[in-house]
Design a protein around this ligand. Structure first.
Ligand code: NAP
Ligand code: HSE
Length: 441
């Protein structure tokens, strides 16, 4: 076996994922070299951190000379051939990625926020510099979904994706359902396990999943998407009562991403807590696991399932990208980042999206409340399939109660109009909470 000279990696970020990359290369570096017939040998040449003095228990001993707090060293050091960005955020990370591309150093990143918010600029720079950005770890952790969409489904018109693409939210919902934990305790567990973002707000408000959904959509439909066009809501409003009510009706609550191309080419793109049937395969995706169902016109339905967050699964995707980037350095393989292949496209306005709904109202408990709400819904021709008022066993005479309505399929815009009228009723104490009831087939 002929072994080429080793390729130097500049690792920006040595937290959960960065140290996972270190460990994975320690464990499997030689195996990678064997499997590539000696074409790829990798070593970490420089590591960017915020604090060089921090004790890093999750890795074997690291030569302190590798550590730096100055990202420019990764760009300027000739020993660094590939830059791996794993610091997160969209400011310093942008500077590092842009500088690496300008220096013609291929980039590997797991930063979906960066690519969703500033990908247009970065992918343009990547094309200009003929230097790729690899981003398998940015969507669904250890599941190789980016490569699958880019390569394996290249001959398919993608009709839809639906899936669970935030491990932290799925973990929290599961722990609230199965162990009766509070939201805050379940979130603290997800953070301790290394699943959550440095700012977990993005996990629980749905935006981490929305960034990933945007990336999948751009790959499938070929045009750049403004994040402001995505309809996003997160799991912060899910209460144990919703989970239990869903269960009693044969559903589970999941944070679901739905991406679907309509007959006129418009793309429906939304992320929200949703009721899905307990019998649907996505209902059995638990804990940190993610699943993405892809419908291609040729392949039909495929399901990709695996760990969606955490140190080792994410490092697995980063290392796969590193090998691809290294192969590209050895032998030009063409640009492999995102190539927009359509000038523009249309995101379906959320008002035009239609599903059935679960709506929870916080009402003052007095006679006639149900009729008042039902009258407004009837005025807007929105059908009701059920109503329910869960009684609080610890306070059966409570003045304020939750009143739940299950509504037939209607356009979301119509529902919004009705809800704004209902919100103005005397008996309504706060903004109604809406979850979708998805019929995933
Ligand atoms: P993390 O544990 O918070 O680690 C961040 C690392 O970056 C730390 O080593 C930190 O240095 C360093 N850092 C942060 N800002 C810096 C700056 N301005 N200058 C220099 N160093 C800086 O984050 P993570 O969970 O590994 O996530 C990293 C990226 O991977 C994020 O984009 C995230 O979205 C993505 N990702 C994470 C997961 C996951 O499961 N965690 C999965 C997929 C993708 P110190 O160590 O000195 O503090
Ligand atoms: N915080 C993210 C999640 C990490 O929980 O899914 C993986 O992208």
């Amino acid at each position: 076996m002929n072994t080429c000279s080793s390729i130097g990696i500049g690792l920006a970020g040595f937290g959960t994922v960065g140290s996972g990359v270190w460990n994975t290369l320690e464990r499997t570096g030689d195996l990678i070299t064997e499997r590539t017939g000696g074409a790829v040998a990798l070593h970490i040449a420089k590591i960017l951190v915020r604090d060089v003095a921090k004790v890093r228990a999750s890795t074997s001993a690291v030569d302190p000379a590798l550590l730096t707090t100055d990202w420019r060293q990764l760009i300027e050091d000739p020993a660094v051939d590939i830059v791996v960005e794993l610091i997160g955020g969209t400011t310093d990370a942008f500077e590092i990625v842009a500088a690496a591309l300008k220096a013609k150093k291929p980039v590997v990143t797991g930063n979906k926020a960066l690519l969703a918010e500033r990908g247009v600029e970065l992918f343009a720079l990547s094309r200009e510099m003929e230097t790729p950005i690899h981003f398998e770890a940015a969507v669904a952790g250890g599941i190789p979904i980016i490569r699958t969409v880019q390569d394996s489904f290249i001959g398919n018109q993608i009709q839809s994706f639906s899936g669970i693409i935030n491990g932290t939210s799925n973990y929290i919902l599961g722990r609230m359902t199965d162990a009766g934990l509070t939201f805050d305790v379940a979130l603290a567990e997800a953070q301790a396990l290394g699943y959550a973002e440095a700012d977990p707000t993005l996990d629980v408000n749905g935006w981490d999943a929305a960034h990933k959904a945007l990336l999948l959509s751009t790959l499938a439909y070929g045009f750049s998407i403004d994040p402001a066009e995505i309809h996003v809501s997160g799991i912060e409003q899910v209460r144990p009562a919703d989970i239990h009510f869903a269960k009693s009706l044969g559903y589970v609550v999941k944070l679901l991403a739905v991406i679907r191309q309509k007959a006129d080419g418009a793309v429906e793109l939304r992320v929200q807590p949703s009721f899905i049937a307990q019998t649907h395969i996505l209902a059995s995706v638990h804990g940190v696991f993610n699943a993405v169902a892809v419908h291609g016109d040729a392949a039909g339905e495929s399901l990709f399932y695996g760990r969606g967050a955490g140190q080792d699964p994410t490092a697995s995707s980063v290392v796969a990208d590193l090998v691809e980037a290294a192969r590209g350095l050895r032998q030009a393989s063409g640009h492999r980042g995102f190539l927009p292949y359509r000038e523009s496209g249309r995101i379906l306005p959320v008002e035009e999206t239609a599903t059935a709904y679960y709506v929870r109202f916080d009402v003052t408990d007095r006679p006639g409340v149900v009729a008042e709400i039902a009258r407004v819904l009837a005025d807007h021709r929105i059908g009701i399939s059920g109503t329910h008022s869960p009684v609080n066993p610890s306070n059966p005479d409570a003045e304020f109660v939750d009143m739940v309505f299950l509504l037939h399929t209607c356009p979301f815009g119509k529902l919004q109009t009705a809800l704004s009228e209902i919100a103005a009723l005397d008996c309504i104490n706060s903004a109604p909470v809406v979850f979708r009831i998805e019929n995933l087939g």
